[in-house]
Design a protein around this ligand. Structure first.
Ligand code: PLP
Length: 392
């Protein structure tokens, strides 16, 4: 297998490469500092760790909620999957009613299905063929009475972005907590948890935030956090005289030693993002997206799912060939051109059903900030060759 060249177009799975400062910060933490959090003697190293984690908390709070957001309302987790599990299983009890969209990743769907088997009523709101959750669909469900709404900000399959400026006010007028999965949008699109009055804004650190794997979390609205039960209980380095889990934030949802090297890396990536600015990243990704999209639409024998313009979408493209299985196409792209993509169902069977690509799935091509125009053109040329070779 040819592995000299690698052209990474799988940024929807995880962003790569990371800014250099991320690995440097993680390595510096492990080599030079490395103390646990709130479990020492207030040595310089202990205070260094506390300072690093507190700064990271402050940055995340400001990043999602604005500068006056209380950093204690941030819970760190291993990823957005854990964050969503904490929120959904912490809030929903038998007899309650939750609604989600038909574009969800299994990080939302599976915890909901578990809760459904335990007596929570779960409604999956149908999205359009392009993956859009329309306001009237949400409104109709809210009208029937709901205790919680949860959905993804943007699809990890076809990049469709939900319009929070339209959808969030509907939940808020109905007084229903809204939980958002920002896995695909954090660091790439502006997110305003305060304006949208999100009950919980769940994020993962390793995609658009450019941090390391093993990081993620929740920015809570305080009243909603108070209504949730912690999923994991144990040592917090605080209230050690008590045998019950503390009820104060952030300790309530953060039992056990956190991923400190990961948080050191996440802090470095947040600093990098602050300097670059999300808008610069969005614009750059849009440029690459336009180039790729225009090229894709011109290749005979390729079917594109989701939106056919860059309006209301991320540069995450799902395609199928007329006569070539998407898994085979991904292998050929990797073997012959060193192009990394992701075929299959992307942990999102409901989304593929919505888009009409279930059960075969699709080939997902997801450029990121560090890709170049030349790389997009090379990918398009490879797709053209594959399409030609397999045209009936
Ligand atoms: C929309 C969406 N939600 C949830 C996840 C799960 O992310 P993680 O594996 O970081 O928990 C992903 C990752 O692919 C995603 O794209």
């Amino acid at each position: 297998m040819e592995q000299e060249r690698s052209l990474y177009l799988n940024n929807a799975a995880t962003s790569w490469p990371k800014p250099r400062c991320v690995a440097e910060a993680m390595s510096a933490f492990l080599e030079a500092r490395g103390a646990n959090l709130a479990r020492g003697s207030a040595s310089t190293r202990d205070l260094d760790t506390l300072d690093m984690v507190t700064t990271c908390r402050l940055k995340i709070a400001a990043f999602f909620g604005g500068p006056s957001t209380d950093p204690r309302n941030v819970t760190f987790t291993a990823n957005v999957t854990e964050a969503l599990n904490i929120v959904l299983k912490g809030f929903l009890k038998p007899g309650m009613r939750a609604a989600t969209s038909s574009m969800e990743h299994n990080a939302v769907m599976r915890p909901l299905r578990r809760l459904e088997s335990e007596g929570v009523s779960v409604t999956v709101m149908p999205c359009t063929k392009e993956g859009v959750l329309e306001p009237h669909t949400l409104e109709r469900e809210l009208g029937k009475g709901l205790d919680l709404v949860v959905f993804t900000h943007a699809s990890n399959v076809c990049g469709t972005v939900q319009d929070l400026d339209l959808l969030a006010p509907l939940c808020n007028s109905a007084g229903v907590p809204l939980v958002l999965d920002t896995a695909q949008t954090a660091g790439v699109l502006p997110i305003d948890a305060a304006r949208w009055n999100l009950a919980a804004c769940c994020f993962t650190g390793h995609k658009g935030l450019m941090g390391p794997q093993g990081t993620g979390g929740i920015l809570w609205r305080e009243d909603f956090a108070a209504a949730c039960r912690p999923l994991i209980e144990g040592g917090t380095g605080s209230f050690s005289h008590e045998e019950v889990q503390p009820s104060v934030l952030p300790d309530k949802f953060e039992a056990g030693t956190p991923n400190l090297p990961g948080l050191a890396g996440l802090l470095a990536s947040l600093n990098w993002l602050e300097e670059k600015e999300v808008e610069t990243i969005r614009r750059r990704e849009e440029e690459l997206g336009i180039r790729l999209l225009e090229g894709l639409l011109q290749i005979p024998g390729i079917r594109l799912y989701g939106k056919r313009t860059m309006r209301g979408r991320l540069p995450v493209f799902a395609v199928n060939f007329e006569n070539l299985d998407n898994g085979r196409a991904a292998l050929e792209l990797a073997d012959r051109w060193g192009i990394e993509t992701r075929p299959g169902l992307h942990c999102a069977p409901a989304a593929h059903k919505t888009l009409g690509s279930f059960p075969q799935g699709a080939l997902r091509i997801a450029p990121g900030f560090f890709n170049t125009e030349e790389e997009i053109d090379l990918c398009l040329e490879a797709l053209r060759v594959l399409s030609r070779e397999h045209h009936p």
